[in-house]
Design a protein around this ligand. Structure first.
Ligand code: ADP
Length: 484
């Protein structure tokens, strides 16, 4: 199958979140399955710097107002087509905004341009001699692609993936006019959304198939609570909507080979995990004791991730023989709140406010419990890393956390599916009770190790999820054929 994968961020060239990881992991897995996948993404200034650092040689295609630069994802056969348009993409800052975190005022124009060029590639009008069967679009930045393609003669099928409903790509009537979208689309049944219009809504309405990054999130986004006003539109297209859990990079996140760890280990040599715990305790300046239960937490410090709940329950939890290591940055109030707690419990708690890839790996390996009490979580990666590292996740039952973590009870224990702890209401009491359950079970090391083994045996590799995407692509092609 020939697949054009359109994304506004692709690891390692650009990244603000999980989308970048998916945009590399999934195409690589699809290539390995024998499919012809090509990625198109903007040539941001920082992406071109990365290309240079990696000493990549790019093929150039010149067009009237832009260039396309072609290379491969590092160490793979998967091609990446960089859309090079300096006036839109050569800027300091991240893909969507300035270094101060302010969105670029011309974002609609920037991603409309990416979409227009992707459509040309999809229709094989760029003299690249390649026409995909499916165009896989990701998040609001690519939402206009299915819409605009629907107006053309014999377009490829389209799949639209929602990585986070919180970003719906809202713009004004003025922008709508400027982009020269068909007047009939200014209708609340179509792109209009409360006197503005939404790129995400366009993707949802016009794609042949819609996916999101976990089966539970696919259900949740059809509800008032998680739908951001688009729950009705999603509900109306529920027969086209499905959820596929993201995979993880099995090379990068592998305790047997992880280059950041003090000691590598497998499910057969779990006792070596303890050496990673004492290493982490030493590095963090905490007392080195292999029997003290160590709780780890990593992630963007925002309310979505439940840090405020953690700050509320920790004073009571830390009355036990427990240590906590938190790595993350974001909301300044939350950062201050957690740093204040660290001052209150200097022997037991460390809060590291920065982005630190190596430390993230060391926490995953060194902790006994990984805390992820997110209010909502489309998929989540850290709980998947934790499972692979034999670190039991404590999570709120939502989105991808609900789909990957199996709570410990008599039945899941006997079926050997139990792999972590869940709570069902995102409040301090539920989190406190669940942490206490985990603390209690830690005393029973035989059961604990069985649960570690269950988690480590899960296959959360991309090859598993990629096959599910192929099924969705096939469905999209069938839907497309029915339209003709
Ligand atoms: P989200 O995409 O909402 O940020 P995910 O759990 O899906 O959450 O993915 C977050 C990724 O970013 C994970 O790989 C996580 O380890 C990493 N990460 C987040 N914050 C930090 C940090 N401060 N240091 C290192 N890695 C981090």
């Amino acid at each position: 199958m020939k697949i054009l994968f359109v994304s506004s961020e692709v690891h390692p060239f650009s990244k603000t979140g999980g989308l970048a990881d998916v945009s590399a992991g999934l195409p690589i897995a699809l290539t390995k399955l024998g499919h012809d996948v090509r990625i198109i993404t903007p040539a941001y200034k920082s992406a071109l710097e990365k290309v240079k650092a990696l000493k990549m040689r790019l093929k150039k295609h010149e067009y009237s107002s832009y260039r396309i630069l072609i290379g491969n994802l590092p160490k793979t056969r998967t091609p990446v087509y960089f859309l090079d348009m300096p006036e839109l993409f050569h800027r300091n800052g991240n893909p969507y905004g300035s270094e101060l975190g302010i969105d670029w005022p011309d974002n609609a124009m920037r991603f409309n341009t990416l979409s227009t060029v992707a459509i040309k590639m999809a229709m094989d009008t760029l003299e690249l001699d390649w026409k995909p069967d499916v165009v896989h679009c990701n998040d609001w930045q690519t939402g206009l692609i299915p819409a605009r393609l629907s107006q053309l003669e014999a377009p490829p099928a389209t799949v639209f993936t929602i990585h986070n409903m919180a970003y719906i790509g809202l713009f004004s009537r003025l922008v709508f006019n400027h982009l020269q979208l068909p007047e009939k689309w200014w209708d609340w049944n179509l792109l209009e959304f409360h006197d503005q219009f939404s790129f995400l809504k366009a993707g949802i309405l016009f794609a042949d198939q819609i996916t999101t990054v976990s089966p539970t999130y696919a259900e949740e986004i059809q509800s008032l609570e998680y739908g951001y006003g688009l729950e009705g539109v999603l509900g109306a297209r529920a027969d086209r909507l499905s959820g596929i859990l993201n995979g993880i990079d099995f090379q990068e996140w592998n305790p047997a080979r992880d280059k950041y760890l003090a000691t590598n280990y497998t499910s057969q040599t779990l006792d070596l995990k303890t050496e990673n715990k004492t290493f982490l305790q030493r590095e963090m300046g905490l007392s080195e004791n292999p029997n003290t239960l160590l709780i780890g937490m990593i992630g963007r410090m925002i309310e979505q991730k439940g840090y405020d709940l953690v700050a509320n329950v920790l004073p009571n939890i830390l009355l036990n023989d427990i240590q906590v290591v938190i790595l993350g940055s974001g909301d300044k109030t939350l950062e201050r709140q957690l740093l204040a707690l660290q001052q209150e419990f200097p022997q037991k708690m460390r809060v590291i406010v920065r982005y630190d890839e190596a430390l993230a790996h060391q926490i995953e390996a060194g902790a006994d419990i990984f805390l992820m009490p997110s209010r909502f979580e489309p998929c989540g990666l850290n709980q998947l890393y934790s499972l692979r590292y034999g670190t039991l996740p404590v999570v709120h039952h939502t989105g991808g956390l609900a789909d990957s973590v199996v709570d410990i009870d008599a039945q899941s224990l006997s079926q050997q599916t139990a792999n972590g702890f869940k709570f069902y209401t995102p409040n301090g009491k539920a989190l406190f009770d669940t942490l206490n359950r985990a603390i209690e079970l830690y005393a029973d090391q035989t059961t604990w190790q069985q649960i570690q083994q269950n988690g480590m045996a899960l296959d959360s590799s991309w090859s598993n999820s990629a096959q599910k995407y192929i099924n969705v692509y096939q469905k999209a092609i069938e839907c497309q054929e029915l339209k003709i």
